[in-house]
Design a protein around this ligand. Structure first.
Ligand code: MLT
Length: 271
């Protein structure tokens, strides 16, 4: 369905009932990257997955979109779909979705029952990383999405997925190729401008589950382990045979971990 939030129109998948879990996709994808979670978990929970501005079927705003703006969009979506401050959500972000989740925690922590961070980082970009984001933004605006796909796809999947699940790789490639160049550039510049979240971690007392693919080269197991260690109430699940897109690559253990985590939050709330 379409939701009007902060003066733009955003596509939002909303199904099931129960504790709301809001899934925030990575760069430069869409809510479709969560299809294995949305189809399975809707039997137990309300599953909500927007296309962020600039992605999927949502409106595009050119220039730069800060992680903060994406977080404000999420809060606006919640109001528009009838989730008010009396009903807490579980927020689940992957990679860029995780950068957005750190901002959501800063601004709207009172709305959170739990936090799930998949294959993400708390550190900001290095100067070299910022330069390569700027280059990517310029390239996509000039040459379109094909070079971005060539640049990014080799780093997204584990050797197992690359070797045996070519259909997943191809669907991701198609999603990436169909994304708006302006949307990609604006989010890349927004990620380059993101602030360091490592200083926030010791104060995040919200129960948290961290998920990482064992072969993730972008947000490594070591880096996710150090995020988990810095948070007072977090545990880490390492997903075998998965890389950077662990929920898509190996959904069975990811869904099991999410189900157990959210069921634990629910029973803690009622006990
Ligand atoms: C993502 O999957 O969202 C990206 O890898 C994030 C990034 O480029 O830092």
């Amino acid at each position: 369905m379409k939701v009007k939030a902060n003066d733009i129109s955003l596509h939002v998948h909303d199904a099931g009932s129960g504790t709301p879990i809001v899934f925030v996709h990575g760069f430069p994808l869409s809510h479709a990257m969560w299809h294995e979670q949305l189809s399975d978990l809707a039997s137990d929970f309300r599953v909500i997955a927007p296309d962020l501005r600039g992605f999927g079927d949502s409106d595009v705003t050119a220039g730069i979109v800060l992680m903060d703006t994406f977080a404000d969009d999420l809060a606006a979506i919640l109001s528009q779909i009838g989730i008010d401050r009396t009903q807490k959500i579980v927020l689940c972000g992957l990679s860029m979705g995780g950068y957005i989740a750190w901002q959501f925690v800063r601004k709207y922590s009172d709305r959170l029952l739990g936090l799930i961070q998949c294959d993400t980082r708390a550190l900001p970009d290095t100067p070299a990383g910022i330069a390569s984001r700027r280059k990517l933004a310029a390239t996509v605006l000039k040459h379109g999405t094909e070079p971005v796909a060539a640049m990014m796809l080799p780093n997204l999947f584990s050797p197992v997925t690359n070797g045996t699940r070519q259909q997943v790789v191809e669907l991701t490639r198609q999603c990436l190729l169909a994304t708006s160049p302006e949307g990609i550039a604006a989010a890349a510049l927004g990620m380059a401008a993101r602030t360091d979240a490592t200083g926030d971690l010791p104060a995040i007392r919200i129960p948290s589950l961290l998920i990482v693919g064992e072969h993730d080269p972008i947000s490594t197991v070591e880096e996710m382990q150090s995020i988990a260690s810095a948070m007072p109430n977090a545990k880490l699940a390492v997903i075998p045979a998965a890389g950077h897109l662990s929920p898509l690559e190996n959904p069975v253990p990811v869904n099991r971990a999410i189900r157990e985590f959210v069921a634990g939050l629910e029973s803690a709330g009622t006990s």
